[in-house]
Design a protein around this ligand. Structure first.
Ligand code: CP3
Length: 364
């Protein structure tokens, strides 16, 4: 139905141009987790509906995706589809619940390698994750071309860790026991997750996503040696295979966010992503020196600065946008997701200051 109706023309392509390496008239900006609990309108929706029900109901996912775009009209340069990285473990056959105030919970996580037999083989994303594709198509229409729509997945190592830990963890001891004691089985699991990630991202672009981000949220739990073994090859495969499947005509810019993996910036700059998203442990000078203009940098203000009051926010944005923005090839963002108790006014000040400083830097 909706796939046959052409999408409305895009009115703001700033982020796509920055991703392609063009110098833009100001740095584009969006915020990880921009649709979420810090918004009173999102919390109101959550009183009515379970988290995964919102994800699985295209009308609700569309409504929530648009909440920050409407509230901060003209200030955000991209939207990101409302969903979660854990829809892939669900599609592979594991049950995942979202417990309010606690986070994700897997009642039956993978414990030993033989538990992989419980996972669905040859996952058909068009069946298991169709609801995400429908939400993307619906959102793309509802955006009316105001800003591009970003699709995403969790990266294989991060998803594997959730599937084994069964939820959040301070040490990731169980997932690490797998990679150190059962490296072969771990690679098999990572490869199976990678296959689903590739199909899912390709499907998201076909459904209307105009940019993609891969979240390796637990990258920094691995040291450089293990990151190169258990994360990097799969991140590289995802970029290469998604682009090959889409073909140059339909390929969209891809971003990789490996939180905590500061040591990997040089390697992340050459594995096929247009954008490397940074957490706040990078200084602009160092990140620019290491990435050498090979990718667009995205990030990276400490999300906790949004609790620091107006003066601290303005000073940090000045440092960030002047630091990264001087050479173009920059997309402003936080260094991780916005936190649930941030005042909506702090987000507004962040966005407005990025606009102001971005215009000043571009004019210099
Ligand atoms: O606005 C957006 O960015 C789009 C939606 C989005 C969500 N999760 C919604 C969400 C995106 C891109 C994610 C990605 C995600 N999910 C990641 C990668 C980014 C990161 O933060 O590192 C991870 C690790 C998850 C897994 C996850 N989902 C956790 C650990 C939690 C609980 C902690 C928390 O922040 O709430 C979630 C729940 C979740 N995902 C919420 C939202 C809005 C809150 C759930 C609720 O309403 O109860």
């Amino acid at each position: 139905m909706s796939e046959t109706i052409p999408f409305p023309p895009l009115k703001n392509d700033l982020i796509l141009r920055a991703a392609r390496g063009e110098k833009t008239e100001r740095a584009p900006v969006w915020v990880m987790r921009q649709a979420g609990r810090y918004l009173p309108e999102f919390r109101a929706e959550r009183v009515e509906n379970d988290f995964f029900k919102i994800c699985r109901t295209p009308e609700l996912a569309t409504k929530v995706t648009l909440q920050p775009i409407d509230r901060y009209e003209g200030l955000l340069d991209a939207s990101i589809i409302f969903s979660d990285i854990l829809v892939i473990p669900q599609a592979m056959g594991l049950q995942v619940e979202m417990i309010p105030g606690k986070g994700p919970h897997f009642p039956d996580p993978l414990v030993v390698p033989s538990d992989m037999s419980r996972l669905r083989k040859d996952v058909d994303v068009n069946k298991e994750l169709k609801y995400v594709f429908e939400a993307i198509t619906m959102t793309r229409h509802a955006l009316r071309g105001r800003v591009p729509l970003i699709g995403f997945v969790g990266a294989p190592w991060t998803l594997m860790a959730y599937m084994i830990e069964g939820g959040g963890s301070k040490t990731l001891s169980k997932a690490k026991e797998w990679i150190f004691k059962h490296p072969k089985a771990s690679h098999e699991l990572l490869a199976r997750i990678t296959d689903v990630c590739v199909d899912f991202l390709v499907g998201q672009v076909r459904a209307g996503a105009q940019m993609l981000q891969v979240f390796e949220s637990w990258g920094g739990e691995l040291g450089p040696h293990d990151f190169e073994l258990f994360s990097l090859p799969y991140l590289a495969q995802i970029a290469t295979r998604v682009k090959a499947e889409l073909g140059s005509e339909h390929a969209v810019p891809m971003s990789v966010f490996a939180k905590g993996s500061w040591y990997a910036l040089d390697k992340l700059s050459v594995i096929g992503y247009e954008i490397v998203s940074l957490d706040w442990t990078h200084s602009p000078e160092h990140a620019k020196a290491v990435s050498k203009g090979r990718v667009t940098l995205q990030g990276n203000m400490d999300p906790n600065l949004l609790y620091g009051g107006d003066e601290a926010i303005v000073a940090a944005v000045e440092r960030m946008v002047r630091g990264f923005g001087s050479t173009g090839r920059y997309i402003a963002n936080l260094g991780h997701g916005i936190l649930p108790t941030v005042p909506v006014e702090a987000m507004e000040l962040f966005l407005k200051t990025v606009h102001r400083v971005g215009l000043e830097v571009a004019a210099e």
